[in-house]
Ligand binder design. Structure first.
Ligand SMILES: NC(=O)c1ccc[n+]([C@@H]2O[C@H](COP(=O)([O-])OP(=O)(O)OC[C@H]3O[C@@H](n4cnc5c(N)ncnc54)[C@H](OP(=O)(O)O)[C@@H]3O)[C@@H](O)[C@H]2O)c1
Length: 268
C-alpha cells in the first residue's frame, strides 16, 4: 500500500516540530492534507504553530509537549503512537554539542544519546506493529551528513547520527516487502531563515550563506523522497560533498581534517 494518503482517521507525527526542519516538515505535511501530531518540549510554541496550520490548511493538529530524552514521557508518546493510525512518522528532533567530550557536561551528552538515538529507536518500534498490520506507512528519520564519518569534537552527535543513518537504511531493507517506506534525511547545514547578525551562532558565522539549504525546500524534498521510498535524501552541495567524503575517504584521513573544523565550532 506504501504511504497512505491523508484520511480523517490517520495522522502524521512530527518530532521536533517547534522549529527548523521539523516545523517545515509539519507545515509541508499539513499542506498535503495530513492531520498532525506535533511533538517538542515547548508546547506553547507548538500550539501557536498549530493554530496557523489549522486555519490555513483545515487539518487537525494535536500538540504534545514531550521531552523525548525522558524515558517516562517518551513511553507515554510511544503508547499513543502504537494506538493511533499513523500514516507518516517523522523522527526529526535532535541536538548537537561541539568540543572535546572531556570538557562537555556528561549528563547533557547522555541526554543527546537519549534524544538523538534512543527516542528514534523507541518511537519507530512503537509505530511498526500498526503499520505492518495496516500494510503501509512511511517513516522519515532525520540523521545527518555528520553520521557518515568520525568527527572529533562532535563525538556524541556524530555517533548518535551514525546510529540513525544506519538504523534507517537497515530498516528500509526489512520493510520494503511490507509496503512501508523508510527514508533517511541526511542533511548538512539547513535553516529556516538567515538570522540577524547579532543572533548568528558560531555555525552561522562559519558556514557561508550560499551553502545553507532552506528548511522548507528540505522538508518538501524529504516528503517527496519518502513517497518514492528513496533510501536517502541529501539536500544541497555541502551535504552531498560531506556524504561523498564520508563514504569514500579513508576514515583515518578524514577524522583529523573534520575534527579540526569542528574544533572551531567548539569555540577553540
Ligand atoms: N539544521 C541543520 O543544519 C542540520 C544538519 C544536519 C542534521 N540536522 C538534524 O535535523 C534535525 C532538526 O534540526 P534543526 O536544525 O531543524 O533543529 P532545531 O531548529 O534546533 O530544532 C530542534 C527541534 O527538536 C526539539 N527538541 C530538542 N530537544 C528535545 C527534547 N528533549 N524533546 C523533544 N523535542 C526536542 C526542539 O524543540 P523544543 O526545544 O521545543 O523541545 C526543536 O523542535 C535534528 O535531528 C538535527 O540533528 C540538522
Amino acid at each position: 500500500m506504501a504511504v497512505p494518503h491523508p484520511t480523517a482517521e490517520n495522522c502524521a507525527v512530527v518530532t521536533g516540530a517547534s522549529s527548523g526542519i521539523g516545523m517545515a516538515l509539519a507545515e509541508d505535511l499539513a499542506s498535503r492534507g495530513y492531520n498532525l501530531v506535533t511533538v517538542a518540549r515547548r508546547a506553547e510554541v507548538l500550539e501557536e504553530l498549530a493554530g496557523g496550520m489549522r486555519e490555513k490548511y483545515g487539518v487537525n493538529v494535536d500538540v504534545r509537549g514531550v521531552d523525548l530524552a525522558d524515558r517516562g514521557q517518551r513511553s507515554k508518546l510511544a503508547e499513543e503512537i502504537a494506538a493511533r493510525d499513523v500514516a507518516i512518522l517523522c523522527l526529526n528532533a535532535g541536538i548537537a554539542t561541539f568540543g572535546p567530550l572531556e570538557r562537555l557536561d556528561p549528563d547533557y551528552e547522555r541526554f543527546i544519546v537519549d534524544l538523538n538515538a534512543v527516542s528514534v529507536h523507541d518511537l519507530a518500534l512503537a509505530a511498526l506493529p500498526g503499520m505492518i498490520e495496516r500494510g503501509g506507512g512511511g517513516i522519515l528519520m532525520t540523521g545527518s551528513a555528520a553520521g557518515n564519518m568520525p568527527i572529533p569534537n562532535n563525538a556524541t552527535y556524530a555517533a548518535s547520527k551514525a546510529f540513525v543513518n544506519s538504523f534507517s537504511e537497515s530498516l528500509r531493507g526489512e520493510l520494503k516487502p511490507r509496503g512501508i517506506h523508510v527514508t533517511l534525511l541526511a542533511p548538512g547545514p539547513v535553516r529556516l531563515d538567515a538570522p540577524e547578525p547579532e543572533d548568528a551562532s558560531l555555525v552561522d558565522r562559519l558556514v557561508p550563506d550560499f551553502l545553507w539549504i532552506d528548511a522548507r525546500y528540505t522538508a518538501r524534498l524529504s516528503i517527496d523522497g519518502l513517497f518514492r521510498n528513496k533510501m536517502r535524501v541529501v539536500p544541497g552541495v555541502l551535504s552531498k560533498a560531506m556524504s561523498a567524503a564520508g563514504n569514500y575517504t579513508p576514515r583515518g584521513v578524514m577524522a583529523p581534517i573534520v575534527g579540526g573544523i569542528y574544533k572551531k565550532l567548539g569555540g577553540e
